[in-house]
Design a protein around this ligand. Structure first.
Ligand code: GTP
Ligand code: SPV
Ligand code: MN
Length: 595
């Protein structure tokens, strides 16, 4: 398959460790993948769905204890603990290899090991990078085929001597007590064991394209970010691109594929999707910041996805898609999840595998689909995929948007004063936790740049790297904004309609980038004048808009001072490594709030 000695040597070592019965190289050939689909269907690992309604689609359930990323079992194994920083789990690399080596010993006995060479990024792009994942799971092979560019062309990219990211995954026995997702940034190596769920095992995604890549990016002077990339086309046909970093299950896929409200559609506005989860950013020859989506598919949250909320995502799942942990409609072999429509199937199988009457089951408050159930869909299925999706150079970025779930505090949108302040806005982001990671849901936690679970090195150094990038970009740097679609009123209801109507906020952002609209300078940055966010056709009054944009100094001071989640407590964790610019920005904010 390859003459690359680094690949062959590593493969021999790994074979000796996990001792598979045989080894199969994934070539990227469709006939081979078809055979694997047949094999996994025969064994029950996947179930083929309705050939007419969902051609090429399959259904899969993971173990009940294995339905989300496991952040407490995710490790960054840098030579010293300080390099991993205070908010990553750390193990000494030698100890980690030795401890895990024992778990992997013979883990693939009796099984086939699949060797998946894959490209993160556009084939032929100078910014693309290659990984090779070894796995004992056909489900992983089929998902990687959708999410990345797999097969011989990846081997071609690394050639006889090129480097690659070494990824080892074994399902073993899905024992949660021995589940580990471990990264060795110095060795470009990822070891994952005892899981079969998404972000824990599709090692090109969070493990490589964020944790390992963020460390590479710092060494090489670029950025790997948990960001969607979208293009807004105006009626003149000009397209401006923005990136947005929201924590897991906080609306990236939805924003990336949004359909503008009627009044804007009629004027000719359109949104094009370049990526929905990860962006690799670097300075282009023109001095601007350019973004490329390293992925080839969407691993999207199913619940809440409907024709109304995200038509384009739903359309993307109509063929060649894998559904994980949603509910099955046994009558016509289609899928269902909460929020798809109001008709749960009567003859259903819920996500844990029990046959239930879906109507009665949901009526008594049970969920048919796991809240973190997902679809794996090829990006090429997406009706609004950007024509720049395959552009090896990526797209130039006008604005970077941060955001999270904040019932209080953060207004609908505000703009930072400059890159340094914007870096502070990103660094102090907080959000209520979601089902995308194992653990409590709805708890406010700091999630800087939506990268808390994904930075492959010390977060303080990561902020330093952001500041460095800002210096390099100078006045060509994108403008930095913060949004909050999730502000709630006293009845605990979302105040902002969200979804397609977020376009109204995007337009304010782009107008700011082009100096087309004034804004009010406040303690936290620039906030829109109420009349500058168009509410035509919305069931929202001026008073609500005012509330959505209001800055309650009390909440902001609390956000800084809070004993458990406050910014001060948070920054203190990083000790001397905290960039001085972040301290400066904090004291500016405090002074502004006192006024
Ligand atoms: P990951 O794939 O985990 O990184 O998530 P994501 O950031 O892509 O989130 P996604 O777009 O899948 O949205 C997650 C959940 O938030 C879904 O249940 C959506 O229905 C909901 N959501 C998305 N956008 C909005 C919005 O503007 N308003 C409200 N209220 N909910 C939203
Ligand atoms: C996320 O949790 O941010 C995801 C899903 O995009 S996973 O691939 O599981 O990380
Ligand atoms: Mn994500």
């Amino acid at each position: 398959m390859t003459k690359n000695q680094k690949v062959l040597t590593w493969l021999e070592e790994m074979k000796a460790l996990v001792k598979p019965d045989n080894v199969v190289w994934i070539t990227g050939d469709q006939a081979q993948l078809d055979e694997l689909r047949k094999e996994a269907t025969a064994s029950g690992e996947i179930i083929e769905l309705n050939k007419e309604k969902l051609p090429g689609c399959y259904y899969h359930r993971t173990a009940v204890n294995d339905v989300a990323r496991v952040e407490d079992r995710t490790f960054i194994c840098t030579p010293t603990k300080e390099e991993a920083g205070p908010i990553n789990n750390w193990m000494d690399p030698k100890e980690a290899y030795s401890m895990l080596g024992k778990l992997y010993d013979g883990a693939m006995k009796g099984h086939t090991m699949y060797v998946i060479p894959y490209i993160m990024g556009v084939y032929g792009s100078p910014f693309a990078k290659v990984g090779i994942e070894l796995t004992d799971s056909i489900y992983v092979v089929l998902n990687m085929d959708i999410m990345t560019r797999v097969g011989n062309k990846a081997l071609e990219v690394i050639g006889d001597d090129g480097d690659f990211v070494k990824c080892l995954h074994a399902k073993k026995d899905i024992n949660p007590d021995e589940r580990y997702i471990v990264h060795f940034p110095q060795d470009n190596t990822i070891w994952s064991i005892n899981s079969g769920y998404g972000g824990n095992v599709l090692l090109g995604k969070k493990c490589f394209a964020l944790r390992i890549a963020s460390a590479m990016a710092r060494r090489e002077g670029w950025m790997a970010e948990h960001m969607l990339i979208l293009g807004v086309e105006n009626p003149k046909g000009e397209v401006k691109y923005v990136c947005a970093a929201f924590p897991s299950a906080c609306g990236k896929t939805n924003l990336a594929m949004l359909i503008p409200p009627e009044y804007l559609k009629q004027q000719g506005y359109k949104v094009w999707t370049v990526g929905d989860d990860i962006a690799w950013l670097r300075m282009g020859e023109d001095g601007r910041l350019w973004a490329m989506n390293p992925e080839a598919g969407f691993f999207g949250v199913a619940p809440g996805t409907s024709e109304k909320t995200n038509f384009n995502a739903l359309e993307s799942t109509k063929k060649n898609t894998i559904f994980t942990n949603v509910a099955l409609n046994n009558d016509d072999m289609t899928v269902w999840w909460e929020g798809l429509d109001k008709n749960p199937p009567e003859n259903a199988t819920e996500w844990m595998g029990a046959k239930v009457n879906g109507k009665e089951y949901t009526a008594s408050g049970n969920k048919l689909a796991n809240p973190n159930s997902r679809f794996t869909a090829p990006a090429s299925n997406c009706p609004c995929i950007s024509k720049e999706f395959e552009n090896p150079q990526g797209v130039p970025i006008s604005a970077i948007i941060f955001g999270g779930r904040r019932a209080k505090c953060a207004p609908l949108v505000y703009q930072s004063r400059n890159w340094q302040h914007g870096t502070f806005v990103g660094a102090t982001m907080a959000s209520e936790t979601t089902a995308a990671a194992a653990g409590a849901v709805g708890v406010v936690r700091r999630d800087p740049m939506a990268m808390k679970p994904f930075a492959g090195y010390n977060m303080a150094d990561y902020w330093g790297h952001w500041l460095e990038m800002g210096k390099k970009l100078g006045d060509k740097a994108p403008k930095i904004f913060h949004v909050n679609w999730f502000r709630k009123d006293e009845n605990d209801e979302f105040m902002w309609p969200g979804f397609g109507d977020n376009m109204r906020v995007l337009l304010w952002i782009l107008n700011r980038c082009e100096n087309k609209v004034e804004a009010e300078e406040t303690a936290i940055g620039y906030v829109p004048y109420v009349d500058d966010i168009n509410i035509e056709g919305l069931n929202i009054d001026k008073k609500t808009m005012k509330d959505l944009l209001a800055i309650d100094k009390k909440h902001w001071i609390e956000d800084i001072e809070d004993d458990s989640t406050g910014i001060k407590k948070y920054f203190a964790k990083f000790g001397d490594r905290l960039p001085k610019e972040m301290k400066e920005e904090l004291s500016t904010l405090e002074k502004n709030l006192e006024k």
